[in-house]
Each structure stands twice: as structure tokens, then as C-alpha cells.
Write a protein that binds this ligand. Structure first.
Ligand code: 4UW
Length: 581
């Protein structure tokens, strides 16, 4: 028997499957907060620029008209795969309007991490078959380099504007901006609505986000319109009772608030939890394009932010900087939500000591489950726990031998069934088959995470993520695939074999470390020089968060199974033992 959602969680409403995400976000028939009363969905935390929800609706409409004309995309013609547009930008208030305009055309938005190197971006552009790209001034050079290699002409590189103080004077002249398109769109005829039938939204892809899954290189996760609609409704439904309680406590009829849009909107946490759930329930997202600690504190104070969405390294930053933090008025905050990597119990307690009134909550999820599987909610918080299951989710715990665990406190791999479980990996049937499995009671995603279920003092079943079985490394909550770094390191002449693992880091959660077997010819060089060269080989070609901050160590042999598979876990356990000493 799988684990299920507690009975006190309200039932999930019907999930519409004949509409696109854009319709879901703007049409009041699907349960959203009334458009006219919503906060501005996105407001720039630096310039203060914002548009009301009704204005955003118009901007999306005009953008879709002009973009459709420019790229030859029509809402009801051609496959969504021929209408893929990439976004490669720091956070801006235009990021989501761009996504929704692409959806209005029946297309796919592929979101690339703004920290990507040209090589990383080139891979995603080629793999996704993107036909055009929107980028910001900061990423323009990298975009040009990647597009030249991926066959996207300069005329298809468009700009998402960012505040001048962030753009640092970089010129984007010669490239159309989103505002140019919107101005043009006001003069173009209205587009026909999408003519989707029941279930089309369950099959059509809205977002293509990249994740390495349980092993290997980054893969394109096909996220349907239904997946995102489902997760938005799942989170909203589970949180509704605590929001209603807050409304009652403050004796107000309506409740909208500001939340923090600092985490990358290109990552599933930002894209779904922050940028869809927030605006759908009428909240405003205060968007920040970069992580700067004092700017963050100032923004919380100035914009009276109520909900913080953070990752554990940022919480550690807060608890390590008590003297700075207390100079700011953070009294507007009532909730701090964290996920993407484990938040230690001690850190949560430390933060609670600083802010006794805050609900310090944790959510767990994956790109492949678009997004949240379980989360703690106000009134049911247990530090260390990732909370109980969202409505519509079933979970199994399975041992290495394939036996199902139905009791408490016994670890097993977490398998998840949910309407938000995605369609699979693009052009990778093997990985899709291994990761998404049909069981008698539905389709499950094998998460590659080890979990236990525990019963809380108030009788609720909570999920604790206790370890990672899969290869993934999480640096500040962002994915790094060891196999990608290993393949790259093997191209260095001094490396004859290599294994990369994640090692703990206070600042970043985890960082990659390479264990290298030296190539015979390279033995002459000094170890220090070789290590530096190997690190630089990564720094030259890979995004900053993939750099070997855990160091390089030389070893004689990479431990492998008889079939040649790297025994990564053995390396990791060995390293953990060494660090304990
Ligand atoms: N504890 C331990 C956690 C946790 C975790 C994720 O890059 P992806 O594919 O996706 C994410 C999703 C983040 C997220 C999900 C749900 C949610 O509520 C929230 O907001 C607070 C954020 O990061 O990486 C997925 C992998 O990240 C690890 C785990 O290994 C998972 O398979 N992970 N959340 N609370 N580990």
C-alpha cells in the first residue's frame, strides 16, 4: 500500500486538460484569484517596474501576435516541437509573460540556467531544437557564441530588458526587445484561441527543463501543461487552509501578499512554485536578478515581502550574519520556504531563534515531478522533515531488492505518483523507461532519493529525505551531473580516468570534487600544477556552479563494478568517513 495524503488536506479540484497554461493563468473560470484584484504578478525589486495582471494579460497577447509573425508560429498549426523558444536570462518581470506568450502560440519554452557557459547552452539549444532565444544583456555574449554553434542566426536573438544598474552598460543594440514585439503586436490582428480537446493539455509540452535524473548527462524533461496546472492546484489546495486562517486572524476578506522572486526562474522551483503558484493565487512576485545579501534584506524590507523562497545555503547565510540581519525590518515576513537540497534541523532551529514568528517550511520535489511532492505547512512543521504529501500524490518506498516498505523509519527509494509527474525525457526512451514505471495503481517516478516516513507527534506521516542514491550533486540547489564533468575531464590529456562526487560545503551545500588517475605521460608535472590545470579545464568550459570547488585528488584506480560501472557510492562513503576523522 502506498503512502497517501493526510485526510485533513482538502481534496484536489478537477484538473482541466483542454487548456494551456496561459489560459489557466488568465482565465478566471479555473479558480484563480480575480485578475482585477491581484497584486502585480511581477515587480522588479530594483527598478520597481511592474504591470497589473490585466496589463500583463494584454502584453502576453500582443507579444504572442508579434512573435508569431516574426517566427511563423500559429496557435493551431504545426507541432509544438517546431515552435520551441529558449529563455536564457537572469530573473526579469518579463520572463513568465514570455513563457505564456509562447504557450499562447502552442509552443514550448525551454528554460536555460542563466549561469550556463556557452558550451552548456549550445547543448540545450541543439537538443531542444530551439528556433529563437530571449536573453538579457548580461548573457548576450554567451548567447551569441552558443547560437553561432547551434545554428540560430543573430536575427533570432531577442532581449529581455534588465535594470541599467544590473546590465552595466552592455549594449543590446541590433536585437529586438520584448517591448519592441509588444508595441508591434498592438497593431496586429488577434490570434485564434487554441482549439484543444480534452486531454490535449496532458500530452502537449509546455516547458522543456534540463535535469540529469538518476544518472548520466542532462536530459530534457518534458513538462506538460497539465503537469504545471496540477502542481499549481496541488500546492494552492494544500496551503489554502493556512492562508484562510491567516485571513481570519487579520480579519480581512481578501488576502494577497508579496513573495520573493530571487531563485532562478529557469529552475523548476522558481518556475512553478514561485512564478505560477504565487500569481495564480493573486500574490505578487518581487523579482531580483541577482543574489546580493544586503539587496535581499533591503528588498524584503522595502517591498514588505511576506513569503521568502530560499535554498538552504541562503538560510545559512542569514543565520551566519545575525548582526547584519538585525539592521533590517523583516517584520512583514511570516513564512520562509526552502527546498532543492536538505535543510538541517540545527539550521532551521537557529533561524527560528532569530525569527520566532516565522513558519520555517520545507518542500521536496524534482524537475521530473514538476515540482512539489510534499511540503510542511503552517501547523504541521517538523524540522528536518519535507512534510506530508500534496493532494493527489501517492508515494512508495522501495528497497534495493525491490521490496516495498510500508512501515515507519525504514529507508527506501522514494517513488512518486502524481498528476504532476512529467511525460519523460526527450529523445531518451531508455532513461524514460528506467525512471518512469507503470505499477498496478498508476505511473510512478523513481526519484533516486532515499527517504523514510515518520509519524509526527500529531499523527501525520512525514517524508524525510535521508540520502541520495542517484549520482546528482546539488550546488546551491542547482544540479551538477557528475557524468558530465567526468566526460569533460577525460578530454584533458593528463586525465586517464576520473570519478566526480559531491562533498559537503557550508556555503554551497555541496561542491564537486574530482578523483583523477593521471595519464602516464603527465607524471613528470608537479601535482599542484596538474591540479590547477585540471580545475582550469573545467572553469574554461563549464558554468561557474560546476567548477571543482571540492578540489582535485589523485588516485591510482577508479573503483568499478565488474560491468565497468563507477562505484560512486563507494567513493562517496569513503570520503564521508575521511571527513569525519
Ligand atoms: N531535501 C533534500 C529537499 C529537497 C531535496 C529537492 O533540480 P531538481 O530537479 O529540483 C529541485 C526542486 C526543488 C523544490 C521542490 C519542491 C519544493 O517545494 C521546493 O520549494 C521549497 C523546491 O531542486 O532536483 C531534484 C533533487 O533535489 C533534491 C533531491 O535530491 C531531488 O531529487 N531535493 N528538494 N527538501 N533534497
Amino acid at each position: 500500500m502506498p503512502f497517501e495524503t493526510p485526510s485533513w488536506v482538502p481534496a484536489l479540484p478537477d484538473i482541466p486538460t483542454h487548456i494551456s497554461l496561459e489560459q489557466f493563468m488568465f482565465d478566471e473560470n479555473y479558480g484563480r484569484y480575480p485578475l482585477g484584484y491581484s497584486n502585480a504578478p511581477f515587480q522588479c525589486g530594483i527598478s520597481g517596474r511592474q504591470y497589473s495582471f490585466l496589463e500583463v494579460k494584454e502584453r502576453v497577447d500582443h507579444l504572442a501576435r508579434a512573435l508569431g509573425k516574426e517566427l511563423g508560429f500559429k496557435p493551431n498549426e504545426g507541432s509544438e516541437w517546431d515552435k520551441t523558444v529558449a529563455a536564457f536570462s537572469v530573473n526579469t518581470i518579463d520572463y513568465l509573460p514570455l513563457c505564456w506568450a509562447v504557450h499562447k502560440l502552442g509552443g514550448i519554452l525551454t528554460a536555460a540556467n542563466a549561469a550556463y557557459s556557452a558550451g552548456d547552452l549550445e547543448f540545450q539549444l541543439k537538443h531542444s531544437g530551439a528556433k529563437a532565444i530571449f536573453t538579457s544583456a548580461l548573457q548576450l555574449e554567451t548567447t551569441k557564441e552558443a547560437c553561432a554553434k547551434a545554428g540560430i542566426p543573430p536575427s533570432r536573438i531577442f532581449i529581455l530588458p534588465i535594470p541599467d544598474e544590473i546590465a552595466g552598460g552592455i549594449s543590446t543594440a541590433g536585437h529586438k526587445t520584448i517591448d519592441d514585439f509588444i508595441a508591434e503586436g498592438t497593431k496586429l490582428p488577434k490570434l485564434p484561441a487554441l482549439n484543444w480537446k480534452e486531454d490535449d493539455g496532458a500530452k502537449k509540452v509546455a516547458f522543456l527543463c534540463y535535469s540529469s535524473g538518476t544518472s548520466g548527462l542532462p536530459k530534457g524533461v518534458m513538462i506538460s501543461h497539465k503537469n504545471v496546472i496540477a502542481n499549481t492546484l496541488q500546492v494552492r489546495t494544500k496551503e489554502q487552509p493556512s492562508r484562510d486562517a491567516r485571513k481570519a486572524k487579520h480579519n480581512i476578506a481578501e488576502w494577497t501578499e508579496n513573495c520573493l522572486g530571487l531563485l532562478p526562474l529557469s529552475h523548476i522551483y522558481g518556475l512553478i512554485v514561485i512564478a505560477h503558484v504565487g500569481p495564480y493565487r493573486g500574490d505578487g512576485v518581487v523579482v531580483l536578478p541577482k543574489y546580493d545579501f544586503k539587496l535581499l534584506l533591503q528588498t524584503i524590507q522595502d517591498y514588505k515581502i511576506a513569503t521568502l523562497y530560499l535554498v538552504p545555503p541562503m538560510i545559512i547565510h542569514l543565520t551566519n550574519a545575525k548582526d547584519i540581519v538585525k539592521k533590517y525590518d523583516l517584520s512583514s515576513v511570516h513564512g520562509c520556504f526552502t527546498g532543492a537540497a536538505p535543510l538541517g534541523k540545527e539550521t532551521a532551529e537557529d533561524l527560528q531563534g532569530m525569527f520566532p514568528a516565522w513558519d520555517i517550511r520545507q518542500g521536496y520535489g524534482l524537475t521530473e515531478t514538476a515540482t512539489v511532492v510534499c511540503a510542511t505547512v503552517s501547523g504541521d512543521i517538523w524540522f528536518g522533515s519535507s512534510g506530508s504529501l500534496l493532494p493527489g500524490v501517492k508515494a512508495r518506498l522501495v528497497t534495493v531488492e525491490g521490496n516495498e516498505i510500508t512501515g515507519y523509519d525504514q529507508p527506501g527509494e522514494l517513488w512518486v505518483n502524481s498528476p504532476s509527474v512529467t511525460l519523460g525525457y526527450l529523445k531518451n526512451e531508455q532513461a524514460t523507461k528506467e525512471t518512469f514505471v507503470e505499477e498496478q495503481d498508476g505511473r510512478y517516478m523513481r526519484t533516486g532519493d532515499e527517504a523514510v516516513v515518520r509519524r509526527s507527534p500529531n499523527g501525520n506521516e512525514h517524508i524525510f529525505i535521508v540520502d541520495r542514491i542517484k549520482e546528482l550533486i546539488k550546488v546551491k540547489g542547482l544540479q551538477v551531473a557528475p557524468a558530465e564533468l567526468e566526460a569533460h575531464l577525460l578530454t584533458h590529456p593528463a586525465v586517464s580516468d576520473v570519478v566526480v562526487i559531491g562533498v559537503p560545503s557550508d556555503r554551497e551545500g555541496e561542491v564537486p570534487k574530482a578523483f583523477v588517475v593521471k595519464a602516464p605521460g603527465s607524471i613528470e608535472e608537479s601535482d599542484a600544477l596538474l591540479k590547477r590545470q585540471i580545475k582550469q579545464h573545467v572553469e574554461k568550459h563549464k558554468s561557474n556552479h560546476k567548477w571543482l570547488r571540492g578540489g582535485v585528488e589523485f588516485i591510482d584506480i577508479v573503483p568499478k563494478s565488474p560491468s565497468g560501472k563507477i562505484l560512486r557510492r563507494m567513493m562517496r562513503d569513503r570520503e564521508r568517513e575521511r571527513m569525519k576523522k
